[in-house]
Unconditional design. Structure first.
Ligand code: AMO
Length: 435
């Protein structure tokens, strides 16, 4: 079948002037001034003007001026140079096809100046996504993920896909979604943690996954989702966690740099971003506690940082000239069971923070099965629930480490977006399950 469109709006060049072209998209606006009417047609690349004189074709004129906004049409017509029209040309239609009529009123405006509530926008996400500033976020998202594949391929990682329906909780916590798996109970994976580690025993010694995280956290904050995505990575034969942190900071750098090249989208979003400087600052957990407690906090050693503390630390670090920084040498009690201990009370776990928000966390892992079993018990978990995971550690498991790096958290910080729900197409939160 022939396509209904030969050209996108902004791809039309002066070579097409005087020729017949066909365009298709959504009717963004209709201006009828009696003898002449202008239709603004929007496609994924921009908009174009269709101009129709009443006396030239009364039937098409009537059809077009009476169409509802956001209806979908295709138009065949003469491409005519016009200094007044946007893009420098207009289309004079000789054939119009109404492909889908939009109901009225629209639940949400596309080009209206009035700001709508986020909830209304998310309820009508398919229309919200018609706005060029919303599309810009997802076009940038597409680019940064392309940068992930490029960078990690260059570093010899292979992309893998691990199960999302699993038999034991991946992070050991209670924030898991349970589901019925025939006669058994199963969980939605909180992360690919257990599987990416098991892969380290196979010889596929550098793997990554664009993973889905399912987390049954009850809280409803501007930086938590119940279903989110992450770049999850695992690498074997590391000396310690520093090898992993180097990959992470270079990955962040490549993604940020790729986003800087998205000039059109950044203009639409009125954002200016600069590539961060490498290497990122490393701050030990103990120093973090001192910094915070010297600034009116009262944090006990061993506690994880709450969002307020993270925000304050972000301000302190910014004053010292750092927007990105690793927090290293966490207390073992603040990290999951698979984290490698260090000097008994510390661990080889780290977080990467950007402007006061955690965007990634990782560690060197325990690869000794005895120690791992002890740590599972110490975290009040039952080693029997981890039998198939532990088995992979009994027949040759190299030292390894990795990280999980939230894609929506990254985008939020990159583009200065206040609410994480803006960074995923159809967010899932404590109350939202549709659309
Ligand atoms: P963690 O639980 O810290 O670590 O998650 C890693 C990163 O994933 C993102 N993230 C989230 N983003 C939005 N909403 C959420 N509810 C959410 N939860 C996590 C954050 C966070 O830094 N298995 C380990 C990683 C590893 O050690 O490899 C893990 O899942 O950006």
């Amino acid at each position: 079948m022939e396509s209904l469109r030969t050209h996108y709006s902004i791809d039309v060049t002066s070579k097409e002037y005087g020729k017949t072209i066909s365009v298709a998209g959504w009717v963004e606006d209709i201006r009828n001034i009696g003898s002449i009417a202008f239709i603004i047609l929007r496609d994924r690349k921009g908009t174009l003007q269709i101009t129709i004189l009443k006396k030239e074709d009364i039937k098409i004129f009537e059809e077009l001026v009476n169409i509802s906004r956001e209806s979908v049409i295709s138009v065949e017509g003469l491409c005519k140079k016009s200094d007044k029209a946007r893009n420098g040309y207009e289309v004079i239609p000789h054939k119009v096809n109404i492909l889908s009529t939009a109901e009225t009123p629209l639940p949400l405006g596309v080009v209206d100046k009035i700001e709508s509530e986020l909830e209304t926008r998310l309820d009508n996400r398919f229309i919200d996504l018609r706005k060029q500033e919303i599309q810009a976020i997802f076009k940038i998202r597409n680019e940064i993920i392309a940068a992930v594949h490029e960078y990690l391929k260059k570093e010899n990682f292979i992309e893998v896909h691990t199960p999302n329906i699993i038999a034991s909780s991946s992070e050991g916590g209670t924030d898991v979604f349970k589901l019925k798996y025939f006669e058994k109970e199963a969980f939605l994976a909180q992360s690919p943690q257990l599987y990416k580690q098991m892969l380290m025993s196979t010889g596929l010694d550098r793997v990554y996954e664009i993973a889905w995280y399912f987390r049954a956290e009850e809280h409803n904050t501007r930086r938590h989702l119940n279903e989110s995505t992450a770049v999850d990575l695992e690498m074997a034969f590391i000396k310690d966690e520093e090898d992993v942190m180097k990959i992470l900071e270079n990955l962040v750098f490549s993604m940020w740099k790729r986003a800087c090249d998205c000039k059109e989208e950044l203009d639409v979003l009125k954002q200016k971003i600069e590539v961060p400087k490498l290497p990122f600052k490393r701050v030990k957990y103990d120093e973090v506690i001192d910094k915070l407690n010297n600034n009116d906090c009262d944090l006990k050693w061993g506690a994880d940082l709450g969002s307020e503390e993270e925000k304050l630390l972000g301000k302190i670090m910014k004053k010292e000239g750092h927007e990105f920084y690793f927090i290293t040498k966490y207390p073992i009690e603040a990290k999951p069971f698979y984290t490698m201990p260090q000097e008994s009370k510390y661990s080889r776990g780290f977080d990467l923070e950007c402007k006061g928000v955690e965007i990634a966390s990782g560690s060197q892992r325990i690869h000794d099965v005895e120690l791992l079993t002890d740590r599972i018990k110490a975290c009040n978990l039952n080693p029997n629930d981890f039998k198939s995971y532990l088995k992979a550690f009994r027949f040759g498991m190299p030292p390894h480490g990795g990280f999980g790096f939230g894609i929506e958290r990254f985008l939020m910080n990159l583009l200065d977006i206040r609410n994480i729900r803006e960074c995923i197409l159809f967010p899932r939160d404590r109350t939202r399950l549709t659309p």
